[in-house]
Design a binder for this molecule. Structure first.
Ligand code: HEM
Length: 363
């Protein structure tokens, strides 16, 4: 647990050891809604993107997560297996004749965005717009796109506004329709929260999984002994997925938390309002928990990695991400068992931003 200066001039407590990370993620004295600390006015319209469970504390958190959690149970997700396999096969068919392909654009991105769009009842043809908007919001704050963020956020809000209008007139069985019913009838969801929850599902539903698929393929291609083992024993796919999540974590840092009161955590005196960030990728490489952490070992015992976080904010989409990853990785290597990286590792360009960890292109 150390206090460090961030590139944007703020100080933050960074938590890197596994045990400390676990404790911090579970400790509800570290809160997500910083407005509670300062009683700030929240009228800024751009803030609709944070009106959701990821940035809420109890009891709002339970209410917001409860509205969508039924759609993400392992049983519900298991029912999507055939459709995810079908989308995967179609995408792999499309690249069949190409000698070199950018797997991010052709495979890792379209798969999760098509899946989440179908769950939400959004036309998948609009997916490239989501990509631009959400990339800009996730990376923009410290990337070259800063001037575009505001515009992209407004376009995103306008898109959702039009979408909600269409759905209000003609609701269906999708998740947006269910949320709109909750907003209109039961007073369970405010209008801002409707924007917040839907945008979170679109953003979290693909940004993370794009990197997950890309990082997993990269980890396996770079560790041919492990890839050979997986080909010999395809039943290792589930533990291989967990290991690539640990090894090449797609979400590098947790989202921000704030100390809700003056407190001592792990011997460090923290002040009310101090920013706290858990470095998930560091915890997942803690040698006190993972033997030879820098080695990819797809036979590791049941993994206790923190790639999906822990505590009340533990990833809601984990069962979906796992299923998408399992199908994507198994199908890709079945179809292209000798795939190789067609770029020097040093030339790979990594995405900016503190939360996501993935490459822009994977040739
Ligand atoms: C929360 C990782 C995929 C929806 C989180 C958190 C992590 C995470 C680390 C907690 C952040 C924190 O505590 O600060 C991942 C990874 C994914 C993935 C590594 C892919 C491999 C998904 C998908 C969805 C999703 C596919 C939805 C379709 C969410 C939501 C939350 C969340 C809604 C907030 C939960 C809450 O606050 O109660 N995710 N995620 N994630 N994730 Fe994921």
């Amino acid at each position: 647990v150390a206090r460090v200066l961030l590139p944007d001039g703020q100080y933050a407590w960074m938590i890197t050891r596994y045990e400390d990370a676990l404790e911090a993620l579970k400790n509800q004295k570290f809160i997500k809604d910083y407005r509670k600390l300062y009683e700030e006015d929240d009228s800024d319209y751009g803030s609709v993107f944070s009106e959701n469970m990821l940035f809420a504390d109890m009891p709002d958190h339970r209410r917001l997560r409860g509205l969508v959690s039924k759609a993400f149970t392992p049983q519900m997700i298991a029912g999507m297996r055939d459709r995810i396999q079908e989308i995967t096969d179609e995408l792999l068919d499309e690249i069949a004749d190409q000698e070199t392909v950018n797997l991010i654009d052709a495979f890792a991105f379209p798969l999760p965005i098509i899946v989440i769009c179908e769950m939400l009842g959004i036309p998948t043809k609009d997916r490239d717009d989501f990509r631009v908007w959400s990339n800009s919001m996730i990376e923009g704050s410290n990337g070259a796109y800063a001037q575009d963020i505001q515009k992209h956020m407004q376009d995103f809000i306008q898109y959702l506004r039009d979408r909600f209008e269409t759905v209000r007139k003609n609701p269906g069985g999708d998740l947006i329709s269910k949320l709109i019913v909750a907003e209109e009838q039961d007073d369970q969801l405010t209008e801002k929260e409707l924007y917040g929850v839907v945008s979170l599902l679109i953003i979290a539903g693909h940004e993370t999984t794009v990197n997950f698929i890309g990082n997993s393929i990269m980890a396996l291609v770079e560790n041919p002994d492990q890839l050979a083992l997986l080909k010999e024993q395809p039943e290792l796919i589930k533990s291989a997925i967990e290991e690539t999540l640990r090894f090449n974590d797609p979400v590098e840092y947790s989202t921000s938390r704030w100390a809700s009161e003056d407190m001592v955590f792990k011997g460090q005196a923290m002040k009310k309002g101090d920013l706290v960030i858990v470095i998930l990728n560091a915890a997942n490489h803690d040698p006190s928990q993972f033997e030879n952490p820098e080695q990819l070992d797809i036979t590791r015992e049941k993994s206790k990695h923190l790639a999906f976080g822990k505590g009340i904010h533990a990833c809601l989409g984990a069962p979906l991400a796992r299923l998408e990853g399992e199908i994507a990785i198994a199908s890709f290597f079945k179809r292209y068992p000798n795939a190789q990286l067609n770029i020097n590792k040093e030339d790979l360009e990594w995405r900016t931003g503190m939360i996501v960890r993935g490459v822009r292109e994977l040739p």
